[in-house]
Design a binder for this molecule. Structure first.
Ligand code: NAD
Ligand code: WQD
Length: 339
Protein backbone atom coordinates (compact mmCIF):
# COMPACT_ATOMS: atom_id res chain seq x y z
CA UNK A 1 0.00 0.00 0.00
CA UNK A 2 1.04 3.56 -0.65
CA UNK A 3 1.47 4.92 2.85
CA UNK A 4 1.07 8.65 3.56
CA UNK A 5 1.85 10.10 7.00
CA UNK A 6 -0.69 12.69 8.10
CA UNK A 7 0.43 14.68 11.10
CA UNK A 8 -2.55 16.15 12.95
CA UNK A 9 -4.66 13.58 11.13
CA UNK A 10 -7.25 13.38 13.91
CA UNK A 11 -8.01 17.09 13.46
CA UNK A 12 -10.69 18.72 11.36
CA UNK A 13 -8.99 18.91 7.97
CA UNK A 14 -6.66 15.94 8.54
CA UNK A 15 -9.50 13.51 9.30
CA UNK A 16 -11.39 14.46 6.13
CA UNK A 17 -8.17 14.16 4.14
CA UNK A 18 -7.73 10.65 5.53
CA UNK A 19 -11.03 9.75 3.85
CA UNK A 20 -9.94 11.29 0.52
CA UNK A 21 -6.62 9.46 0.69
CA UNK A 22 -8.26 6.07 1.24
CA UNK A 23 -10.71 6.79 -1.61
CA UNK A 24 -7.72 7.53 -3.86
CA UNK A 25 -5.99 4.24 -2.97
CA UNK A 26 -3.54 5.49 -0.32
CA UNK A 27 -3.05 4.21 3.21
CA UNK A 28 -3.01 7.16 5.62
CA UNK A 29 -1.09 6.79 8.89
CA UNK A 30 -1.95 9.34 11.58
CA UNK A 31 0.19 10.93 14.24
CA UNK A 32 -1.69 13.23 16.61
CA UNK A 33 -1.26 14.30 20.21
CA UNK A 34 -5.01 14.98 20.56
CA UNK A 35 -4.31 18.47 21.88
CA UNK A 36 -7.19 19.77 19.75
CA UNK A 37 -9.06 16.61 18.79
CA UNK A 38 -10.68 13.57 20.22
CA UNK A 39 -10.26 9.80 19.93
CA UNK A 40 -13.90 9.63 18.77
CA UNK A 41 -12.67 10.87 15.37
CA UNK A 42 -11.04 7.49 14.83
CA UNK A 43 -14.36 5.68 15.38
CA UNK A 44 -16.05 8.09 12.95
CA UNK A 45 -13.36 7.33 10.37
CA UNK A 46 -13.86 3.62 10.91
CA UNK A 47 -17.59 3.93 10.31
CA UNK A 48 -16.96 5.78 7.03
CA UNK A 49 -14.10 3.64 5.80
CA UNK A 50 -15.02 0.24 7.21
CA UNK A 51 -11.46 -0.17 8.44
CA UNK A 52 -9.19 1.00 11.25
CA UNK A 53 -6.45 3.45 10.39
CA UNK A 54 -3.07 3.18 12.04
CA UNK A 55 -2.78 6.05 14.52
CA UNK A 56 0.18 6.96 16.72
CA UNK A 57 -0.76 9.04 19.75
CA UNK A 58 2.12 11.43 20.35
CA UNK A 59 3.78 14.70 19.59
CA UNK A 60 5.42 15.67 16.31
CA UNK A 61 8.01 17.55 18.36
CA UNK A 62 9.14 14.23 19.83
CA UNK A 63 12.01 13.37 17.48
CA UNK A 64 12.40 9.84 18.81
CA UNK A 65 8.73 9.12 18.21
CA UNK A 66 8.88 10.56 14.68
CA UNK A 67 11.90 8.38 13.92
CA UNK A 68 10.11 5.31 15.26
CA UNK A 69 7.06 6.08 13.09
CA UNK A 70 9.22 6.45 9.98
CA UNK A 71 11.14 3.28 10.92
CA UNK A 72 7.96 1.24 11.27
CA UNK A 73 6.38 2.38 8.01
CA UNK A 74 7.31 3.04 4.42
CA UNK A 75 5.97 6.47 3.56
CA UNK A 76 5.60 7.72 0.04
CA UNK A 77 4.74 11.21 1.25
CA UNK A 78 3.66 13.35 4.20
CA UNK A 79 0.92 15.90 4.80
CA UNK A 80 1.71 18.18 7.73
CA UNK A 81 -1.48 19.44 9.39
CA UNK A 82 -0.29 19.41 13.00
CA UNK A 83 -0.19 22.94 14.39
CA UNK A 84 -1.97 25.20 16.83
CA UNK A 85 -4.43 27.42 14.98
CA UNK A 86 -6.26 29.74 17.39
CA UNK A 87 -5.46 33.27 16.27
CA UNK A 88 -6.54 34.99 19.51
CA UNK A 89 -4.71 32.52 21.75
CA UNK A 90 -1.54 33.02 19.70
CA UNK A 91 -1.46 36.70 20.63
CA UNK A 92 -1.52 35.71 24.34
CA UNK A 93 0.92 32.79 24.09
CA UNK A 94 3.12 33.50 21.06
CA UNK A 95 5.96 31.19 22.15
CA UNK A 96 3.57 28.25 22.43
CA UNK A 97 2.68 28.85 18.77
CA UNK A 98 6.23 29.46 17.51
CA UNK A 99 7.43 26.43 19.44
CA UNK A 100 4.81 23.99 18.15
CA UNK A 101 4.28 25.24 14.61
CA UNK A 102 7.94 25.86 13.69
CA UNK A 103 9.68 23.06 15.58
CA UNK A 104 7.31 20.37 14.38
CA UNK A 105 8.06 21.32 10.78
CA UNK A 106 11.84 21.35 11.34
CA UNK A 107 11.79 17.94 13.03
CA UNK A 108 9.55 16.57 10.30
CA UNK A 109 11.82 17.80 7.49
CA UNK A 110 14.89 16.36 9.21
CA UNK A 111 13.19 13.03 9.79
CA UNK A 112 11.94 12.88 6.20
CA UNK A 113 15.45 13.59 4.99
CA UNK A 114 17.01 10.84 7.17
CA UNK A 115 14.51 8.30 5.84
CA UNK A 116 14.64 9.46 2.22
CA UNK A 117 10.98 10.54 2.09
CA UNK A 118 10.80 13.38 -0.44
CA UNK A 119 7.25 14.62 -0.78
CA UNK A 120 5.47 17.00 1.57
CA UNK A 121 2.23 18.95 1.46
CA UNK A 122 2.10 21.74 4.04
CA UNK A 123 -1.01 23.43 5.50
CA UNK A 124 -0.67 27.16 4.99
CA UNK A 125 -3.39 29.76 5.19
CA UNK A 126 -4.91 32.74 3.41
CA UNK A 127 -4.01 34.59 6.61
CA UNK A 128 -0.60 35.25 4.97
CA UNK A 129 -2.29 37.75 2.61
CA UNK A 130 -3.80 39.92 5.38
CA UNK A 131 -6.08 42.44 3.63
CA UNK A 132 -4.80 42.11 0.06
CA UNK A 133 -4.60 45.13 -2.25
CA UNK A 134 -6.10 43.15 -5.14
CA UNK A 135 -9.10 40.81 -5.16
CA UNK A 136 -9.53 37.99 -5.83
CA UNK A 137 -6.14 37.26 -4.30
CA UNK A 138 -3.53 35.42 -6.40
CA UNK A 139 -0.56 33.39 -5.19
CA UNK A 140 1.68 36.14 -6.59
CA UNK A 141 -0.07 38.83 -4.52
CA UNK A 142 2.45 40.08 -1.96
CA UNK A 143 1.95 38.76 1.56
CA UNK A 144 1.28 41.30 4.29
CA UNK A 145 2.88 41.64 7.69
CA UNK A 146 1.21 38.97 9.82
CA UNK A 147 -1.70 40.12 11.99
CA UNK A 148 -0.96 37.49 14.66
CA UNK A 149 1.80 35.17 15.87
CA UNK A 150 -0.25 32.30 14.39
CA UNK A 151 -0.27 33.98 10.97
CA UNK A 152 3.43 34.66 11.30
CA UNK A 153 4.14 30.97 11.93
CA UNK A 154 2.53 30.20 8.55
CA UNK A 155 4.62 32.88 6.80
CA UNK A 156 7.80 31.64 8.45
CA UNK A 157 7.02 28.00 7.60
CA UNK A 158 6.43 28.94 3.95
CA UNK A 159 9.77 30.80 3.91
CA UNK A 160 11.50 27.89 5.63
CA UNK A 161 10.19 25.45 3.03
CA UNK A 162 11.24 27.70 0.13
CA UNK A 163 14.74 28.16 1.58
CA UNK A 164 15.02 24.43 2.29
CA UNK A 165 14.24 23.58 -1.32
CA UNK A 166 16.56 26.34 -2.60
CA UNK A 167 19.42 24.71 -0.69
CA UNK A 168 19.28 21.86 -3.21
CA UNK A 169 17.82 19.06 -1.13
CA UNK A 170 16.28 16.15 -2.94
CA UNK A 171 12.75 17.09 -1.90
CA UNK A 172 9.43 18.22 -3.37
CA UNK A 173 7.06 20.42 -1.41
CA UNK A 174 3.72 22.17 -1.93
CA UNK A 175 2.17 24.68 0.45
CA UNK A 176 -1.60 24.94 0.22
CA UNK A 177 -3.08 28.26 1.34
CA UNK A 178 -6.50 27.33 2.64
CA UNK A 179 -9.26 29.91 2.66
CA UNK A 180 -12.10 29.29 5.16
CA UNK A 181 -12.76 25.54 5.58
CA UNK A 182 -16.36 24.71 6.53
CA UNK A 183 -18.73 21.73 6.27
CA UNK A 184 -18.28 18.13 7.32
CA UNK A 185 -18.21 14.70 5.75
CA UNK A 186 -21.68 14.22 4.19
CA UNK A 187 -22.18 11.10 6.35
CA UNK A 188 -22.08 13.26 9.49
CA UNK A 189 -19.56 10.82 11.03
CA UNK A 190 -16.72 13.37 11.21
CA UNK A 191 -16.67 17.16 11.28
CA UNK A 192 -15.23 20.11 13.15
CA UNK A 193 -14.95 19.62 16.92
CA UNK A 194 -14.18 23.00 18.47
CA UNK A 195 -13.11 22.81 22.11
CA UNK A 196 -15.02 25.39 24.15
CA UNK A 197 -16.60 28.47 22.58
CA UNK A 198 -15.96 28.41 18.82
CA UNK A 199 -13.94 31.27 17.33
CA UNK A 200 -15.07 30.50 13.80
CA UNK A 201 -18.33 31.56 12.22
CA UNK A 202 -19.88 28.29 11.05
CA UNK A 203 -19.49 26.25 14.27
CA UNK A 204 -20.85 29.25 16.16
CA UNK A 205 -23.87 29.30 13.86
CA UNK A 206 -24.58 25.57 14.19
CA UNK A 207 -24.10 25.64 17.97
CA UNK A 208 -26.51 28.58 18.21
CA UNK A 209 -29.08 26.77 16.09
CA UNK A 210 -28.63 23.71 18.34
CA UNK A 211 -29.30 25.84 21.44
CA UNK A 212 -25.75 25.49 22.85
CA UNK A 213 -25.10 29.23 22.34
CA UNK A 214 -27.75 31.83 22.95
CA UNK A 215 -27.08 34.08 19.99
CA UNK A 216 -24.57 34.82 17.26
CA UNK A 217 -22.95 38.23 17.10
CA UNK A 218 -22.21 39.45 13.58
CA UNK A 219 -18.95 41.31 13.94
CA UNK A 220 -19.79 44.57 12.19
CA UNK A 221 -22.08 45.63 9.33
CA UNK A 222 -20.30 48.83 8.37
CA UNK A 223 -17.59 47.39 6.11
CA UNK A 224 -17.21 48.36 2.48
CA UNK A 225 -18.96 45.19 1.22
CA UNK A 226 -22.35 44.56 -0.45
CA UNK A 227 -24.26 44.31 2.86
CA UNK A 228 -21.65 45.76 5.24
CA UNK A 229 -20.54 42.42 6.78
CA UNK A 230 -17.15 40.84 6.03
CA UNK A 231 -16.53 38.66 2.97
CA UNK A 232 -14.74 35.30 3.00
CA UNK A 233 -14.22 32.34 0.67
CA UNK A 234 -15.86 29.38 2.44
CA UNK A 235 -14.65 26.04 1.12
CA UNK A 236 -16.15 22.63 1.88
CA UNK A 237 -13.69 20.54 3.87
CA UNK A 238 -14.09 17.57 1.49
CA UNK A 239 -13.13 19.76 -1.47
CA UNK A 240 -10.13 20.90 0.55
CA UNK A 241 -9.30 17.30 1.46
CA UNK A 242 -9.35 16.30 -2.20
CA UNK A 243 -6.95 19.12 -3.05
CA UNK A 244 -4.33 17.38 -0.87
CA UNK A 245 -4.61 14.22 -2.95
CA UNK A 246 -4.21 16.24 -6.15
CA UNK A 247 -1.20 18.02 -4.66
CA UNK A 248 0.48 14.75 -3.67
CA UNK A 249 -0.14 13.16 -7.06
CA UNK A 250 1.31 16.25 -8.73
CA UNK A 251 4.38 16.22 -6.48
CA UNK A 252 5.14 12.59 -7.38
CA UNK A 253 5.56 13.69 -11.03
CA UNK A 254 7.98 16.55 -10.36
CA UNK A 255 11.77 16.63 -10.57
CA UNK A 256 14.08 17.24 -7.63
CA UNK A 257 14.13 20.51 -5.66
CA UNK A 258 10.52 21.45 -6.30
CA UNK A 259 8.54 24.01 -4.33
CA UNK A 260 5.24 25.64 -5.19
CA UNK A 261 2.19 27.05 -3.49
CA UNK A 262 -1.51 27.16 -4.31
CA UNK A 263 -4.63 28.90 -3.07
CA UNK A 264 -7.39 26.48 -2.12
CA UNK A 265 -10.75 28.22 -2.20
CA UNK A 266 -13.93 28.28 -4.24
CA UNK A 267 -13.15 31.56 -5.97
CA UNK A 268 -16.36 33.08 -4.52
CA UNK A 269 -16.76 35.51 -1.67
CA UNK A 270 -19.76 35.47 0.68
CA UNK A 271 -20.70 37.92 3.40
CA UNK A 272 -21.45 36.86 6.98
CA UNK A 273 -25.10 37.79 6.45
CA UNK A 274 -25.26 35.64 3.29
CA UNK A 275 -23.88 32.71 5.27
CA UNK A 276 -26.58 33.22 7.90
CA UNK A 277 -29.35 33.45 5.26
CA UNK A 278 -28.07 30.33 3.51
CA UNK A 279 -27.90 28.48 6.82
CA UNK A 280 -31.49 29.49 7.61
CA UNK A 281 -32.56 28.19 4.20
CA UNK A 282 -30.88 24.79 4.50
CA UNK A 283 -31.83 24.26 8.16
CA UNK A 284 -35.38 25.55 7.73
CA UNK A 285 -35.10 27.55 10.97
CA UNK A 286 -34.35 31.15 11.82
CA UNK A 287 -31.11 31.92 13.59
CA UNK A 288 -30.89 34.11 16.67
CA UNK A 289 -28.33 36.78 15.78
CA UNK A 290 -27.62 40.44 16.25
CA UNK A 291 -25.20 42.94 14.81
CA UNK A 292 -22.32 43.79 17.14
CA UNK A 293 -19.12 45.79 16.87
CA UNK A 294 -16.27 44.88 14.55
CA UNK A 295 -13.86 42.21 15.81
CA UNK A 296 -10.37 43.71 16.17
CA UNK A 297 -7.97 42.43 13.52
CA UNK A 298 -10.69 41.18 11.14
CA UNK A 299 -9.99 41.40 7.44
CA UNK A 300 -12.74 43.24 5.52
CA UNK A 301 -12.83 40.98 2.48
CA UNK A 302 -10.78 38.21 0.96
CA UNK A 303 -11.48 35.50 -1.57
CA UNK A 304 -9.28 33.40 -3.79
CA UNK A 305 -8.27 33.50 -7.40
CA UNK A 306 -8.19 29.76 -8.04
CA UNK A 307 -6.86 29.77 -11.63
CA UNK A 308 -3.52 28.28 -10.61
CA UNK A 309 -4.85 25.26 -8.72
CA UNK A 310 -7.61 24.75 -11.32
CA UNK A 311 -5.15 24.74 -14.21
CA UNK A 312 -2.01 23.19 -12.71
CA UNK A 313 -3.42 20.59 -10.29
CA UNK A 314 -6.68 20.07 -12.19
CA UNK A 315 -8.64 20.62 -8.99
CA UNK A 316 -11.72 22.69 -8.38
CA UNK A 317 -14.30 23.07 -5.66
CA UNK A 318 -17.46 21.05 -6.30
CA UNK A 319 -19.55 21.73 -3.21
CA UNK A 320 -21.68 24.90 -2.85
CA UNK A 321 -22.08 27.04 0.26
CA UNK A 322 -25.50 25.39 0.71
CA UNK A 323 -23.88 21.94 0.65
CA UNK A 324 -21.28 23.06 3.20
CA UNK A 325 -23.82 24.47 5.62
CA UNK A 326 -26.16 21.48 5.21
CA UNK A 327 -23.27 19.14 6.06
CA UNK A 328 -22.18 21.29 9.04
CA UNK A 329 -25.74 21.27 10.34
CA UNK A 330 -26.11 17.52 9.81
CA UNK A 331 -22.86 17.00 11.76
CA UNK A 332 -23.99 19.27 14.60
CA UNK A 333 -27.32 17.46 14.88
CA UNK A 334 -25.60 14.06 14.94
CA UNK A 335 -23.27 15.34 17.67
CA UNK A 336 -26.31 16.39 19.68
CA UNK A 337 -27.82 12.93 19.33
CA UNK A 338 -24.63 11.37 20.68
CA UNK A 339 -24.85 13.73 23.68
P1 NAD B 1 -7.18 21.02 14.09
O1 NAD B 1 -6.75 21.68 15.34
O2 NAD B 1 -8.55 20.46 14.02
O3 NAD B 1 -6.15 19.86 13.68
C1 NAD B 1 -4.81 19.91 14.02
C2 NAD B 1 -4.47 18.58 14.69
O4 NAD B 1 -3.09 18.60 15.01
C3 NAD B 1 -5.24 18.38 15.99
O5 NAD B 1 -5.83 17.08 15.98
C4 NAD B 1 -4.17 18.47 17.09
O6 NAD B 1 -4.46 17.62 18.17
C5 NAD B 1 -2.93 18.08 16.33
N1 NAD B 1 -1.66 18.62 16.81
C6 NAD B 1 -1.34 19.92 17.08
N2 NAD B 1 -0.05 19.99 17.44
C7 NAD B 1 0.45 18.74 17.41
C8 NAD B 1 1.73 18.17 17.67
N3 NAD B 1 2.76 18.92 18.05
N4 NAD B 1 1.89 16.84 17.51
C9 NAD B 1 0.85 16.05 17.12
N5 NAD B 1 -0.37 16.53 16.86
C10 NAD B 1 -0.56 17.87 17.00
O7 NAD B 1 -6.94 22.09 12.91
P2 NAD B 1 -7.40 22.04 11.40
O8 NAD B 1 -8.47 23.04 11.22
O9 NAD B 1 -7.61 20.65 10.98
O10 NAD B 1 -6.10 22.64 10.72
C11 NAD B 1 -5.10 21.80 10.17
C12 NAD B 1 -3.99 22.68 9.63
O11 NAD B 1 -4.54 23.59 8.69
C13 NAD B 1 -3.28 23.52 10.68
O12 NAD B 1 -1.92 23.59 10.34
C14 NAD B 1 -3.94 24.89 10.52
O13 NAD B 1 -3.08 25.92 10.92
C15 NAD B 1 -4.17 24.92 9.03
N6 NAD B 1 -5.25 25.81 8.62
C16 NAD B 1 -6.49 25.68 9.19
C17 NAD B 1 -7.51 26.54 8.80
C18 NAD B 1 -8.87 26.47 9.45
O14 NAD B 1 -9.59 27.46 9.41
N7 NAD B 1 -9.28 25.35 10.00
C19 NAD B 1 -7.28 27.52 7.80
C20 NAD B 1 -6.01 27.60 7.25
C21 NAD B 1 -5.00 26.74 7.65
C1 WQD C 1 -15.34 34.49 9.44
C2 WQD C 1 -16.21 35.73 9.39
C3 WQD C 1 -15.91 37.23 11.24
C4 WQD C 1 -17.53 34.59 14.29
C5 WQD C 1 -9.80 32.57 10.72
C6 WQD C 1 -8.32 32.78 10.92
C7 WQD C 1 -7.58 32.49 9.64
C8 WQD C 1 -7.92 31.10 9.10
C9 WQD C 1 -9.40 30.91 9.02
C10 WQD C 1 -6.33 29.50 9.89
C11 WQD C 1 -15.46 36.98 9.80
C12 WQD C 1 -17.31 36.67 11.21
C13 WQD C 1 -17.10 35.10 13.09
C14 WQD C 1 -18.65 35.17 14.93
C15 WQD C 1 -18.87 36.71 13.11
N1 WQD C 1 -7.47 30.07 9.96
N2 WQD C 1 -17.77 36.15 12.50
N3 WQD C 1 -19.28 36.22 14.31
O1 WQD C 1 -11.53 35.31 10.73
O2 WQD C 1 -11.85 34.59 8.32
O3 WQD C 1 -10.24 33.43 9.71
O4 WQD C 1 -10.01 31.22 10.28
O5 WQD C 1 -5.40 29.73 9.18
O6 WQD C 1 -6.23 32.59 9.95
O7 WQD C 1 -8.11 34.12 11.30
O8 WQD C 1 -12.66 33.11 10.16
O9 WQD C 1 -14.63 31.93 10.99
O10 WQD C 1 -13.37 33.46 12.57
O11 WQD C 1 -14.70 34.44 10.71
O12 WQD C 1 -19.46 37.65 12.58
O13 WQD C 1 -19.04 34.77 16.02
O14 WQD C 1 -17.27 35.58 10.34
O15 WQD C 1 -15.94 38.59 11.58
O16 WQD C 1 -15.92 38.01 9.00
P1 WQD C 1 -11.58 34.24 9.74
P2 WQD C 1 -13.83 33.17 11.20
Amino acid sequence: MRQILITGGAGYIGSHTAVSLVNAGFEPVIVDNFSNSDQSVLSGLKRILGQDLLCYEGDCNDRALMEKIFQENNFEGVIHFAAYKAVGESTKFPLKYYNNNLNSLIILLETMSSFGVKDLVFSSSCTVYGQPDELPVKESTPRKEAESPYGNTKKICEDMLRDYIKSGVNSRIISLRYFNPVGAHPSGEIGELPLGVPNNLVPFITQTAAGIREKLTVFGNDYNTPDGSCVRDYIHVMDLANAHVKALEYLFKQGENFYDLFNVGTGNGNTVLEVIQTFEKVSGSSLNYHIGPRRPGDIEKVWANTDKINNVLGWQAIYSLEDSLRDSWNWQQKLGEKG
